[in-house]
Design a protein around this ligand. Structure first.
Ligand SMILES: [Zn+2]
Length: 387
């Protein structure tokens, strides 16, 4: 800093390894911030800064984007608190995956989307009821799939509704899954939006379901250990590879009961990484086994997904899928919003999957979270023993 002049930058994060898959950057660089905006990414920027944060030995990532969560707190039994579960653990944008339906969307908007500093979008449940209480499948009465209501809600809320969601478990759709799926795909087509489907406990094998899907549609829970998953023995099903080939997307969506380390390990060994690395956080799992998005990333990294690939799938890829890349989410771009998540690797710890199996691996832990350039108060990992 020259003594006569004002510093050029408000804040510079220096010495960390910047991983920004959107621009291909993976190098020790400085990130300079002015106000709520990223001013520059480069070398030697700390000399011109009013404030410097040493990030040596850490990774400097774009603010994380959660592609699959349940945050309709106070209304749905599965709703986790949005900011506590996500923002304070390094996530700056999140997509709720079908907790709200057309009849509850106004409350979702008012109670969740508007008060949160995070950018929140959703996949609207095709049932007008949404996922209020997991004990009662929202499509057991198939008349709750009201096409006109879903379309009207999506049309009136294009800033939030970025797709539709149908859970295809037998206890949600009963015997009528094909009829309900076709109706859902039809309405998604009319709205020009993707459909996310939930697998694990479908009544028929996955290839039969995949046959229906269009490029851009999303299969949640790709590493589920429940029946009718993506594997045949050790191998990823040819129908799954073919679906990916034609543009169907796969979301890891860990959840309370849908990540099997065994399935994930085998699929990852064949290079089958999720397109979207979602945690499927909910009130049922945010104190374990999911905890948060960074912990879901840590598990898949431990099972063989390279760090940069995991980061891409929790930043720029979901931002693109959710239409948030145009708002600057998921990347560290000069001129873009200063959403930054700095992480360090912890010592090895025990991490569970959804079936109670464990691995021992290091974990990614946020040390600094910037939202619009301002530091967010983080909270400790919820897997730590009570003090
Ligand atoms: Zn979910």
């Amino acid at each position: 800093m020259t003594t006569a002049n004002k510093p050029v930058y408000d804040h510079v994060l220096t010495g960390g390894t910047v991983i920004d898959p959107a621009s291909g950057v993976n190098a020790v660089l400085d990130v300079a911030i002015n106000g709520a905006t990223i001013a520059a990414v480069g070398s030697g920027l700390a000399e011109d800064a009013a404030k410097v944060t040493d990030c040596a030995g850490r990774w400097v990532l774009p603010g994380l984007v959660e592609g699959h969560t349940h945050i309709f707190q106070h209304v749905s039994k599965v709703g986790a608190p949005p900011d506590e579960a996500h923002l304070r653990r390094g996530v700056v944008a999140a997509a709720d995956a079908g907790t709200a339906g057309a009849s509850t969307f106004a409350a979702f908007r008012k109670l969740i989307v508007e008060p949160s500093p995070m950018r929140i979008v959703n996949f609207l449940n095709v049932s007008v009821l949404g996922l209020i209480d997991f004990r009662f499948g929202e499509l057991m009465n198939p008349d709750t799939l009201v096409v006109d209501d879903a379309l009207a809600t999506a049309a009136a809320n294009p800033d939030v509704v970025r797709g539709f969601k149908i859970r295809l478990s037998e206890d949600v759709v009963g015997e009528q899954w094909q009829t309900l799926l076709k109706k859902s795909l039809n309405l998604a087509e009319q709205a020009g939006l993707p459909l996310m489907i939930h697998i694990g406990e479908t009544s028929e094998p996955l290839p039969i379901v995949l046959d229906h899907l269009r490029p851009g549609d999303i299969v949640a829970h790709c590493y589920t250990g429940k029946p009718h998953g993506i594997l045949d023995g050790d191998q990823v099903l040819p129908a799954v590879m073919a679906a990916r080939e034609r543009g169907v997307l796969f979301d890891s969506a860990h959840g309370k009961s849908n990540l099997s380390f065994e399935v994930a390990r085998r699929a990852i060994a064949q290079g089958f990484y999720p397109d979207v690395l979602g945690s499927d956080t909910s009130a049922r799992n945010w104190h374990g086994p999911v905890f948060d998005l960074l912990t879901s990333m840590s598990k898949l990294i431990a099972l063989g997904v390279p760090l940069t690939e995991a980061v891409a799938r929790a930043t720029v890829r979901p931002a693109e899928v959710l239409g948030l890349a145009v708002e600057g989410y998921g990347r560290l771009e000069p001129g873009g919003p200063a959403h930054v998540t700095v992480v360090e690797e912890t010592a090895e710890c025990v991490l569970p999957d959804a079936a109670g199996n464990t691995i021992t691996a290091p974990r990614l832990e946020p040390t600094l979270v910037l939202h619009d350039g301002a530091a967010v108060e983080t909270v400790p990992w919820r897997g730590l023993p009570a003090a």
